[in-house]
Design a protein around this ligand. Structure first.
Ligand code: PMP
Ligand code: GLN
Length: 388
């Protein structure tokens, strides 16, 4: 049999799938792969169910159903004071994943450089490289994940096509500060580049921090593509409905890839997400507040068994230092050990790094789970710690 694509062949099965399979095999509590264990808002699901029966189920328009595109524009106005023309500046995709892939395929010419922050979400590197891009990695290290300005400057060049900014950052749970965003914005302008902004966790930000979107900074309006996901904002990860906002010229470029990738997304789900985005402010603030309570619950629990948690400003992930428990092996070994012997599954943070020598002593816990599940995980880990 002839080989497949050499770049993709280098990658194994994604860490999310590997660890979820392992968790299932061993019947452990799965705090690895990131997904909530509730079923999403009942009213949003009801709109999807009704639309499935009562509305057309054939191909919706390529750019998305008008209701959802209008809702994306209204959401940008409501939360970011951003005037967006729904007809020329919004597009619906099959999850944020498709938005990202469409950006990579549409914007990258072979040899273009893309500035990315490590740790990074698993699909970024393979897809950027598959599109012919050369990733320039800027490494952030736990537990503070401070942005090293000198490394950032060194990563930009005349060949930079765009910077890929995930904010809040999965798995680091870091919400970049305004001054850090300004530095990024200045470099984007200086190098006449774009910014692809993965903001799927825009409503999951804690401790009263506002979510500042790069597109709102001076000079950024026509250089940024802002990406959101109903999977995160409505805890409906299986729906794979994403949306993007960008100036007309940029959006047109990305639409060239979207039209040949998926072309469109399930119409009833789009209609339900349109309804969701018009929910009152309390829904959105409640999502962040609810996750913050869960973060605190897990952090306090881990703390009580001697496990030092890193700061967590957003996303539904909390990282903890395995050295604080005196564990001397790698983070990968730790995750295997606790799946088998504690009955809890987490992810090794090293899985989110690509550069050589970027080892971490951290594991990532997903806390978008029912309280009893979080408590059960702490109890099992506590028993394992005491038994060592
Ligand atoms: N970006 C990041 C940082 C994520 O954590 C996720 C979640 N899976 C995605 C993109 C993909 O989002 P979606 O499920 O909407 O494709
Ligand atoms: N975004 C989720 C995470 O970081 C998982 C996405 C996936 O399984 N592909 O855990």
């Amino acid at each position: 049999m002839k080989d497949g694509n050499a770049i993709l062949a280098e990658y194994g099965v994604t860490v999310f799938e590997v660890m979820s399979r392992l968790a299932m095999e061993h019947g452990s509590i799965n705090l690895g792969q990131g997904f909530p264990d509730d079923n999403g808002p009942a009213d949003v699901r009801a709109v999807a169910a009704a639309a499935l029966e009562d509305q057309p189920n054939q191909y919706p328009p390529m750019m998305g159903v008008p209701d959802l595109r209008q809702a994306v524009a209204a959401h940008a106005r409501r939360f970011y004071d951003l005037e967006v023309d729904w007809q020329t500046e919004t597009m619906v995709t099959s999850g944020a994943t498709e938005s990202l892939a469409a950006c990579f395929l549409a914007l990258i010419e072979p040899g273009d450089e893309v500035v990315c922050f490590e740790p990074l979400y698993d699909c970024y590197l393979p897809m950027i490289r598959r599109a012919g891009g050369i990733p320039k990695l800027v490494r952030l290290d736990p537990p503070d994940w401070t942005l090293p300005e000198d490394r950032l400057r060194a990563a930009f060049s005349d060949r930079t096509k765009f910077v890929l900014l995930n904010k809040p950052l999965n798995p680091a749970a870091k919400a970049f500060r305004r001054a850090e965003l300004q530095t990024i914005a200045d470099l984007v302008v200086q190098h006449d580049a774009y910014a692809v902004c993965d903001e799927v966790y825009e409503h999951i930000v804690f401790d009263g921090l506002p979510h500042v979107s790069l597109i709102t900074l001076p000079g950024m309006r026509d250089r940024c593509i802002k990406i959101g996901s109903a999977g995160k904002t409505f805890s409906l990860t299986g729906w794979k409905v994403g949306y993007m906002t960008a100036c007309p010229a940029l959006l047109q470029r990305v639409a060239k890839a979207h039209q040949f990738l998926t072309f469109t997304t399930a119409p009833n789900l789009q209609r339900a997400v349109a309804f969701g985005l018009t929910k009152d402010d309390g829904y959105f603030s409640g999502l962040g507040a609810g996750m913050q309570t869960k973060r605190d619950r897990l952090r306090d629990g881990l703390d009580s068994i001697g496990f030092a948690a890193a700061p967590c400003q957003g996303t539904y992930f909390l990282n903890a230092d395995i050295r604080s428990l005196g564990f001397e092996g790698s983070d990968v070994e730790f995750c295997q050990e606790i799946t088998l012997n504690a009955g809890v599954t987490t992810l090794p943070v090293s899985a989110f790094y690509a550069s050589d020598g970027a080892r971490t002593n951290f594991v990532r816990f997903c806390f978008s789970k029912q309280d009893a599940i979080l408590d059960g995980a702490v109890e099992k880990l506590g028993a394992w710690v005491r038994g060592r």
